[in-house]
Design a protein around this ligand. Structure first.
Ligand code: BES
Ligand code: MN
Ligand code: ZN
Length: 467
């Protein structure tokens, strides 16, 4: 299971090649200055220049940052630099973020294609860097990305369960899995309805990890994720273009599991519940239908206006399950709507919460660790768009409300725990543009922001750190 190799960050190395972050106004001297002007290097963002040392080796590397130094530009380093060991020059705090950016940029999805070995690009760990912490944060992001990148045929409900089991066992956490017909006996009717069309080997399931639950003195954090391993749209089948990337529709579950693993590895002072519904939204004679009325764990009946609005159905049941733990904080992650992209594009996940303190803490954390979130409203003016004449609620909001990501969040809010606070993130989990350090494919979004918020609120006791 995905971990970032600790070899990528090495202790001090006298021969390491310096990497200098250079803006348009940075004064360069000697060899670097003349080489930069000869090559038209002006310190623009995205520019990089290798400066030779005159003996056939490297003197240094210049990385363009634009007007403001941006540690995030280190993300492209491993894709662009020749093999070797490098050290970052610059301020310590920035260097720490740059080291993390460098590690995030080393991710490659190479499960199905051998790549020519370019040799390793290594970085000398900057002064004061918490190596373990940095590695486990990067590993969490790599796990989420790898799960998203893995095709649906190899990332079905069972594979998600297997990953959850490994995470739970390693952390000494409990694991409970409810599969197939047992979903009906155990009152997960919506999860069953959405997932029942899949072939038996890919039966729907609810996966629940519990950690530290006997520590009733600690706050309880619930992490909830949408795990639709493939979203055909169901009988309201998607177009070819709309279906093309739907292997990523389990991104929410990948995010909840990766963040959960990180919280447990860091030993944060919380009780933790991770809840994932893993289903395939398939087409078969047994598929749920437009016009069907589902029951839900909470007891609310749901009229199905569109079988492609399936994520909110499975989340309804597991949000209700989360509420049974009386959580202090519930965070859910879901590739829930195409409308979220229309609103904010691929890089900016909408954040929904009615709790001002949670919103403030999450947005502050997001900006500190450069993992953006953008707050959107749970606008009650649109709540009536979810009214049904013949059921308690409908799953596809009426057209007049238009704001599809908002109405999806309003739907979830009906099922979210009433104890504590709840936040929902409508993530894209995908990088659509191929750039060095940002390969096209699965992307971790909001994991680092949420972790930063949790770490600030519930720091690990010193003795528990890094277990
Ligand atoms: N998984 C999709 C949402 C999605 C689509 C996320 C593309 C990222 C990229 C979700 O299940 C879905 O199909 N939502 C529908 C809801 C509609 C039918 C009410 C949508 O957004 O179109
Ligand atoms: Mn769908
Ligand atoms: Zn979906």
């Amino acid at each position: 299971m995905s971990v970032v190799s600790p070899d990528l960050l090495t202790p001090a190395d006298a021969d390491a090649i310096p990497v200098r972050f250079v803006g348009p106004k940075t004064a360069l001297d000697g060899r670097a200055a003349s080489w930069a002007s000869a090559n038209g290097f002006k310190g623009k963002p995205g520019q990089m220049l290798v400066v030779p040392n005159g003996e056939g080796g490297l003197d240094s590397v210049l990385v363009g940052t634009g007007e403001r130094f941006d540690p995030w530009s280190a993300r492209g380093l491993s894709a662009k630099l020749p093999a070797g060991t490098y050290r970052l020059e610059g301020e310590a705090e920035q260097a720490q973020l740059a080291a993390l950016a460098f590690l995030l940029g080393t991710y490659r999805f190479d499960r199905y294609k051998a790549r020519p070995d370019r040799g390793a690009v290594r970085l000398v760990a900057p002064q004061g860097l918490d190596l373990e912490e940095t590695l486990r944060i990067a590993s969490a992001c790599a796990l989420a990305r790898e799960m998203v990148d893995t095709p649906a045929a190899d990332m079905g409900p069972l594979q998600i369960e297997t990953i959850a089991r490994e995470i739970a066992e390693t952390a000494g956490a409990s694991l409970a899995v409810t599969t197939g017909e047992a979903l009906l006996e155990n009152n997960y009717p919506a999860v069953h309805a959405v997932g029942r069309a899949a072939t038996p080997a890919r039966a729907p399931r609810v996966i629940e990890i519990g950690w530290n639950l006997d520590r009733t003195d600690l706050p309880l954090v619930a992490l909830v994720g949408k795990g639709v391993v493939f979203d055909t749209g169901g009988l309201d089948i998607k177009s070819a273009a709309g279906m093309r990337n739907m292997k990523k529709d389990m991104g929410g579950s990948a995010h909840a599991l990766a963040l959960g693993r990180l919280v447990m590895q860091a030993g944060l002072a919380v009780r933790l519940v991770v809840l994932v519904a893993a289903v395939e939204n398939a087409v078969s004679a047994d598929a749920f239908r437009p016009g069907d009325i589902l029951s839900s764990r909470k007891g609310l009946t749901i009229e199905i206006g569109n079988t492609d609005a399936e994520g909110r159905l499975i989340l309804a049941d597991i949000l209700t399950r989360a509420s049974e733990h009386s959580p202090d904080v519930t965070l859910d992650f879901a590739t829930l709507t195409g409308a979220a992209r229309i609103a904010l594009g691929p890089e900016l996940p909408p954040l929904y919460t009615d709790d001002e303190a949670l919103a403030g803490d999450l947005l502050a954390a997001a900006s500190v660790v450069r993992d953006p979130l953008w707050r959107m409203p749970l606008w009650h003016g649109y709540a009536a768009a979810l009214d049904s004449e013949i059921a308690d609620v409908r799953n596809d909001s009426a057209g007049w409300a238009q704001a599809g990501s908002v109405t999806a969040a309003l739907f979830l809010q009906k099922f979210a725990p009433e104890t504590g606070t709840w936040a929902h993130m409508d993530i894209f989990a995908w990088n659509p543009r191929n750039r060095p350090g940002w390969p096209e494919g699965g992307e971790a979004q909001a994991i680092r922001a949420c972790y930063q918020m949790l770490r600030a609120r519930y720091p690990a006791p010193k003795s528990a750190e890094g277990r």
